[in-house]
Each structure stands twice: as C-alpha cells, then as structure tokens.
Design a protein around this ligand. Structure first.
Ligand code: ZN
Length: 319
C-alpha cells in the first residue's frame, strides 16, 4: 500500500476532503456542507464522515492513512490541535480540541493548521508557486487571507502571520468585518463588498446585483454573481470591484515592500474567478506603491482551485 495522507479543508459553507498519495496525486475526495447549527462536535463528526468517504473512494480505511491534516479558519494551534475563535462555524466562539476528537474518530494522527497558510503551501509545492522559493499567497474571498513561504519554508510568526486582509490601506477608512477601520478586507472582502453594495442600493444607486442574486437563487452575492453583473456592464459592480482592486494592490504592494517575495499567488473564490481578468489592473495598482519598481514580483493565479485547501492540509502530515 502506497503512503496515503488525508486532508480536510474546513470552510464556513463546505467541508472538502482529499486523499493524496506520496507524489501529491489526488486518489480520493468528498465534499459535504458544513453544519449550520449545533456546535463543534457536530462539525467534527461531519468532517470525519467526509474524510471516511474520501478514503473509501481511495480504497482504504481512515486508520490506514499515515495521517490527516486539517486546514481550519480561526486560530489553529498546531502543537495542541486546539481550534479557537472560528466564528464562521456554529457555536465555535471558544476553544475545542479538534485534533484529538478527529484522531479518536479516524484512528490516525491528525494535525491542524491555518486554512490559508496550508493552501499557500500547496501552491508552493504542487501548484502555481512551484518555480519560486518565496511567495505571498493572497486568498480573496469572503474575507482576504494570506499565507507566506520564505526561503522555501512556511512563515507562521507566532501563529498569526499572514493576516494581509487586515493591513491598513486607509487610516480611519471603512469599517472592516473585524471591527477595525481601513483594513484591506473592508474594501476587498466579498462580505464587505456585499454590505457596501446593499447600502448604496438602498440609498438609490441602480444595480442588478441583487436581482441577479435572486434570479439565480443565491443567498449572497457570490463571485459568479459579481462576474455576471460585470459582464452586463453594471456600474455599481464595476465601481466596487475597482475599489477592491485598488485596496488589494495597495496592501499587497506594502507587503511586497517589506518581504520582497518572488511571487504573489492569487487564490480564493474571487481571486480564482477574477484572477486572469484582473491581473493587469492589479499589477498596475501594485506598481503605484512598489518601492523597487523595476522588478515587480510575478503575479499568478492559484492553480489547484477548490481542492488546494484540502491538498495543502494533507501536506501538514509530513511538515
Ligand atoms: Zn480588519
């Protein structure tokens, strides 16, 4: 039996699992919705069930895996396996021993890491960042997360590095979902963009964004709805995307000035959907703020797509 590892990407809306062989090839996967009620125990059970389903597809029992890695939102303690403050998950304001609970349920070693950091490491080892030694991952979705690989090694700081979404791009600026003001995420996060669109729409600005949302039966302004609105020439959607790109360019360029990585990898729901289309405008915005402007970093779109998080989580087993 080849050496197989499991990965679980724990998101606010879905749990994606993957079984990966020693060469990084995907041999099984499964996806389940994240429970919206209950508490951490219910989420852990859904995670274990989704992992067993992926293992069955790969023809193994979960206990035969060399280990399972978890990429989780909130504050993940890699040493203890405790996950805290995962406020997008039901009843998860406090701490829960996720690693230990899953170890008992799955019968193998479990390691917990930050979702965005592991997705960045997956792109570094297997995806769009393979040719580089240092990179900054920027995951543009509901919020804006970041991950770092410097000199070939993950940089975790004291556990909370990479929070690029909360770089200040405007002092005293828009209110961020984190409660502070002027963060990059306050302009570029999908959630903040939706709140701004709603506010302006209620103030009388014309937009088809919410009509499109209802027509397609979506509970929120998904990246697909933003894309349709842009394609229809929706003025408000265009303005808000432009505002997001300005904030991203400003924050990313500031991070590049500090760290000088070889590449920036753009992932996340909006990043993957708009990455190619907005790569030029983003590079242009970055260019306004880069201190050394004759050699800007490469900007690439994440290539592992939706599975990057789960594949990245599986890499925690050998880290
Ligand atoms: Zn913030």
């Amino acid at each position: 039996m080849a050496d197989l590892r499991g990965g679980i990407d724990l998101g606010g809306t879905k749990i994606q699992t993957a079984i990966v062989d020693a060469g990084g090839e995907l041999v099984g996967q499964a996806r389940r919705p994240t429970p919206t009620s209950g508490g951490p125990q219910d989420v852990a059970e859904a995670m274990a069930a989704a992992l067993r389903e992926a293992a069955a597809e790969a023809g193994v029992e979960s206990g035969a895996l060399s280990g399972v890695g978890v990429g989780a939102p909130g504050s993940a303690d890699e040493r203890t396996g405790v996950l805290s403050s995962a406020s997008n998950l039901p009843g998860w304001e406090g701490s829960f021993p996720l690693g230990e609970t899953l170890r008992e349920a799955l019968g193998t070693e479990v390691r917990i890491g930050n979702d965005v950091q592991v997705a960045t490491e997956a792109e570094f080892q297997l995806g769009a960042g393979r040719e580089f030694e240092s990179l900054l991952g920027v995951f543009w979705g509901t919020g804006v997360g970041g991950g770092l690989v410097l000199d070939g090694k993950p940089w975790l700081g004291r556990g909370a590095a990479g929070e690029i979404g909360h770089m200040v791009v405007k002092r005293g600026g828009a209110r961020c979902p984190c409660g502070r003001h002027g963060c990059m995420e306050a302009y570029a996060g999908r959630k903040a963009m939706e709140a701004e669109a709603r506010r302006r729409h209620e103030d009388g600005e014309k937009t088809d964004l919410f009509k499109l949302m209802e027509k397609h039966g979506k509970p929120r302004l998904t990246s697909g709805i933003w894309e349709r609105a842009l394609d229809h020439g929706d003025k408000l959607a265009g303005e808000l995307i432009e505002r997001a790109v300005e904030a991203l360019g400003t924050g990313i360029a500031s991070a590049v000035n500090l760290l000088d990585p070889e590449a920036v990898i753009l992932g996340g729901g909006l990043g993957i959907r708009f990455g190619e289309r907005l790569r030029e405008p983003l590079a242009e915005e970055m260019g306004k703020h880069l201190f050394v402007d004759e050699r800007p970093p490469a900007v690439r779109v994440a290539s592992l797509g939706d599975l990057g998080g789960a594949i990245g989580a599986s890499l925690l087993v050998s880290r």
